[in-house]
Design a protein around this ligand. Structure first.
Ligand SMILES: O=C(O)C(=O)C[C@]1(C(=O)O)C=C[C@@H](O)C=C1
Length: 372
């Protein structure tokens, strides 16, 4: 009996806390609505002053990163830092949707890790729309059809996604954020299928590569078929008996597939990094990265000369990749990412030096380092 009274008491406490949380959430949402009014009034004033291009920017990645970092830093548990950050991610997503619902284009179809990355970054209140190619994702944002786009840029096992890097060469879009996702693949089949029935394994070629050793060991004689995405592989597995797909949890849920084997990626820390592309530049958040494309004259020591300003300023490079320039045979452009924001003195000094010695310098944007 005493136990029952305890249970009732604790549940009464939970009810009271829920009422408080609910009221606080709505107070917070009211503040977000006031923020939206202020942003709108500022833009109207700018337009009246003759700035005809002024547009209201509701989504503020630098502010969201600061809010999430603050929440994680002051968290005392028992909920884990990542858990509270996810909850507040959704709270901000809902508040932003009251200001203006975001349209986000991502490399689809549904059920891919890129969709999971879009939801991780923007929350469930954003309207996420799948597109078949990286080119179309860029085009949707460039035309204003969507506010932001989400594309994969590199995988810890398989390296860079060259198509994404190539798109930046001609695009006016800016990078406004990054998302990292732990990528775990499973071998998925339609319910009731057993191992002996599987005659073909479908997946995106990156997923086949990330699970190559496991597939060689367990399924050496079964045909492997590279298809346009893991979501597409899952769709085929659901429709065709005898086909298994290598794909993640979202695809398994989406197509209601069963797992013949779980976590089959060759490297346990297999991670993919995604970029958020948008039309606006992002102010400093206090912990930022900058990405640039740079190309130098084809002469001895050219790469050393490009990197030397970073060494002298003590700025850490987080990544460097090379792509053919496409305008000149055997000429290359470098994609360089480093810590800091273009507004920082150290970074602007480096960019000025690079401008002087390179034949092309294209800043792709400064953006908050991934928080969650
Ligand atoms: O601070 C702002 O500019 C807001 O619009 C509020 C808020 C939030 O809910 O905290 C919502 C959306 C923005 O992307 C950033 C933060």
């Amino acid at each position: 009996m005493a136990d029952d009274r305890d249970l009732d008491q604790v549940r009464a406490d939970i009810d009271a806390i829920d009422r408080e949380i609910q009221s606080l959430l709505n107070r917070r949402a009211g503040c977000a609505q006031r923020v939206a009014d202020i942003k709108l009034a500022e833009v109207q004033a700018a337009r009246e002053q003759g700035d005809g291009d002024a547009e209201v920017v509701y989504y503020r990645p630098e502010r969201e990163a600061q809010v999430l970092r603050g929440i994680m830093n002051r968290n005392e548990g028992p909920l884990a830092d990542g858990t509270v950050a996810h909850i507040f991610r959704e709270v901000m997503s809902a508040c932003l949707a009251l200001e203006r619902p975001l349209q986000v284009a991502y490399l689809g179809p549904e059920g891919t890790f890129t969709q999971a990355a879009a939801i991780k970054h923007f929350g469930h209140a954003a309207v996420c729309v799948p597109h078949n190619t990286i080119d179309t994702v860029f085009a949707q944002v460039e035309s204003g059809e969507c506010n932001y786009g989400v594309v994969p840029v590199e995988n810890s096992t398989e390296g860079m996604v060259s198509h994404t890097l190539d798109n930046f060469m001609d695009s006016p879009l800016k990078i406004s954020g990054e998302v990292e996702m732990r990528i775990s693949h499973h071998l998925l089949v339609a319910p009731g299928t057993d191992e002996a029935q599987v005659t073909r394994i479908c997946a995106h070629q990156q997923a086949l590569a990330q699970c190559r050793n496991w597939l060689d060991r367990h399924w050496p004689n079964v045909e492997r078929d590279a298809v346009s995405s893991n979501g597409e592989a899952a769709r085929i597995a659901a429709a065709e008996p005898g086909v298994a797909a290598v794909a993640g949890d979202m695809a398994a849920e989406q197509y209601q597939l069963e797992k013949l084997a779980e976590h089959i990626e060759d490297y346990a820390d297999n991670t993919t990094r995604f970029l958020i592309v948008g039309r606006e530049e992002v102010p400093p958040s206090g912990n930022d990265k900058t990405s640039i494309i740079v190309s130098s004259r084809n002469k001895p020591g050219a790469l050393f000369a490009l990197l030397d300003p970073f060494r002298r300023s003590g700025v850490s490079l987080t990544r460097i990749d090379t792509r053919p320039s496409r305008t000149e045979k055997w000429a290359y452009v470098f994609f360089i990412e480093f810590e800091g924001h273009m507004g920082d003195d150290r970074v602007s000094t480096i960019l000025n030096e690079l401008e002087e010695q390179s034949i092309l310098l294209k800043p792709l944007g400064s953006y908050p380092q991934a928080v969650m």
